[in-house]
Design a protein around this ligand. Sequence first.
Ligand code: B12
Ligand code: SF4
Ligand code: SF4
Length: 310
Amino acid sequence: MTEPKQISLSIRNEALRLGFSACGFAKAGPLPEDKQRLDNWLQQGYNGSMQYMENHFEKRTDPTKLVEGARSVVSLLLNYYTAKRQEDPNAPVLSKYAYGTDYHFVMKEKMKSLLTFMETHFGQVSGRVFVDSAPVLDRAWARTAGLGWIGKNSNLINRELGSFVFIGEIITDLEMEYNKVPENDFCGACSLCIESCPTDAILPNRTIDSNRCISYLTIENREEIPGEFKGKMENRAFGCDICQDVCPWNRRAIQHTIKEFEPRPDMLEMAKADWEELDSPTFNVLFKRSAVKRAGFNGLKRNVKFLGED
Ligand code: B12
Ligand code: SF4
Ligand code: SF4
């Protein structure tokens, strides 16, 4: 039988070989403090119309209720930072995370390879892979696994990588050596993200009111964008990176090396007028397998139109 310490070491090495940027381990079980925070967030209605966030509350706050026999959570980070930018300074801005292939596909494929590695090397292993879409508290697990702290903008920040990282997990019945102490909080007296948020969506206690967050308004929200946000969107057409762009911990962010995340050059070249005239066939070519599909053609058109009325 391989020792838990050796298992963790091998999994981390393989994760890095597969292209993940960081890998940490936590004992699967309830997260009472996070449960309380999620409950407060939902009670206040900060989930807006994202009703799916109210589903599976018990499973979301305890992975042993989600995956039978779960003993460990392997938390994985994937850097998506790029210095590339859209060329026209007046073009509606797309968030960096949506430049290339949808991260759900990219993360899942890598995590499945890691799970296969675990099955091959450690015998009878059962496990499931998760990224974003399932009832799992991705940030809370990454923090518990020692991969970073929760910044005032509510993003998980890793000291080496910054916060432009996706988070995924493998929840498994394999025993491992776990992270013991969560990372310190390195926000200190800084409050740049709070001051820079154009819609005042960042509340005290590292909480986001989705109803006010441009990311929510342009992606998850299915209604018209409320008029009170006219002139406040800072030209964001899909998602928003402002509270991360200003964060000092992202100043040394390094270029990702994932070819699937590379932006299409023709998308970066699009001028303001091209966005305004975008038709459905061109949308389908430009955003095939892209996270932008979440808003859909009509959602993106709505957002661009709203910006044009600013
Ligand atoms: C719903 C959701 C949103 C909503 C609400 C965001 C929010 N802050 O809650 C909206 C649509 C606004 C959104 C926006 C974005 N999102 Co989003 N989103 C999610 C989703 C599906 C659930 C998050 C959730 O549970 N929210 C409820 C609150 C209560 O939970 P939480 O923010 O995760 O916070 C938990 C912990 O961080 C902890 N915590 C909170 N405060 C404190 C304070 C202290 C002191 C401590 C110790 C802990 C702690 O407790 C909370 C409960 O466990 C996750 C995927 C997932 N399954 O987790 C992605 C996820 C959080 N999003 C992600 C991303 C990339 C974004 C955007 C950057 C996209 C963009 N560019 O537009 C923005 C960032 C906006 C922001 N500042 O948060 C990444 C974050 C990666 C990271 N480094 O943190 C995730 C993890 C997806 C992924 N798998 O990579 N998102
Ligand atoms: S993503 Fe944009 S709107 Fe949302 S909290 Fe950050 S700065 Fe504010
Ligand atoms: S901008 Fe400052 S306060 Fe906000 S997350 Fe970064 S370090 Fe923390």
